[in-house]
Design a protein around this ligand. Structure first.
Ligand SMILES: [Mn+2]
Length: 282
């Protein structure tokens, strides 16, 4: 059995098919793990969802911020809010309900023997066990009867500091923001959710000096754990040996590459992008 963890596909189904061909992926024998942001931005979101779902137990997938955003839009459309192009395409499909239900039961963290897997990041206070337990709280909310209300309450950058005392939607929002959106923390351990630049860029300006990539935070409680994540296409480097983390979003939808990590050998396999979006185009 071969296990391949793949970074953000973002609707680039053609590149995903190319990558699966390149590794001679055998459904039923091999396993594909998608690190979130399966959809949005790219040209073939619906096909990406259908492909992932059609693989059954041979595909595990994480929820990313884009997947959650489409779920939220589909949910808010019931209130008359407009859909974006991806949500529209999914809503109009004959298998829309099945795809939406499939998305809604995806996890926010995967406890794999070879690594902890998340879409974005962890705050410095959480251990691996914390991350899995707290991801479970959001997963239960998404699968439960109040999922539409959770999706409506999900947006926002507050609170910025973790406390086990947080409760209700504030607690769920903090957990969701870490696992699906986080790139940087401030030196005092608060989340800095609006920062998207690469570490090289943030180190150039004084105003950004206090920002630290989440995985480089001193005394991070999850230090020592091997962690795989996506979400950060401007990172500029896949493997960070000092921190034992792999950032597998290599910007396929921006004209970069789609990257797979073979977990049995730690070998990287990449498929070139057909080139879809210019950075800044949404
Ligand atoms: Mn993302």
């Amino acid at each position: 059995m071969n296990t391949f963890a793949v970074g953000d596909v973002q609707g680039c189904a053609t590149e995903l098919e190319r990558l699966l061909d390149a590794v001679q992926f055998e459904p039923g024998t091999d396993r594909l793990i998608l690190l979130g942001d399966l959809i949005n931005r790219g040209p073939r979101s619906l096909d990406t969802l259908r492909l992932a779902r059609s693989l059954g137990d041979s595909c595990l997938a994480l929820l990313g911020n884009h997947d959650l955003s489409v779920l939220a839009r589909l949910s808010m459309a019931d209130l008359g809010r407009p859909l974006n192009a991806t949500a529209q395409e999914i809503a109009a499909a004959p298998d829309a309900e099945a795809l939406r239900d499939w998305l809604r039961q995806l996890p926010l963290a995967i406890d794999h023997p070879r690594a902890l897997m998340i879409h974005a990041g962890l705050p410095p206070q959480w251990t691996r066990t914390d991350a899995l337990r707290l991801a479970g709280e959001v997963e239960r909310a998404l699968r439960g009867p109040d999922h539409a209300e959770f999706l409506r309450q999900m947006y926002g950058d507050e609170p910025t500091r973790w406390s086990e005392q947080l409760s209700g939607f504030e607690r769920l929002r903090f957990i969701t923001n870490c696992l699906t959106r986080l790139r940087y923390c401030r030196a005092d351990g608060q989340l800095a959710l609006s920062e998207k630049l690469s570490p090289q860029q943030t180190m150039q300006g004084d105003s950004q000096a206090a920002l630290v990539p989440w995985f480089a935070m001193p005394q991070r409680a999850s230090a020592g754990e091997r962690i795989l994540f996506g979400h950060w296409s401007t990172l500029g480097q896949v493997y960070w040996p000092r921190h034992r983390v792999w950032g597998l979003d290599t910007g396929c939808v921006w004209g970069g590459r789609l990257t797979a990590l073979h977990l049995e050998t730690w070998r990287l396999i990449q498929a070139p992008s057909d080139g879809h979006k210019k950075p800044g185009a949404g």
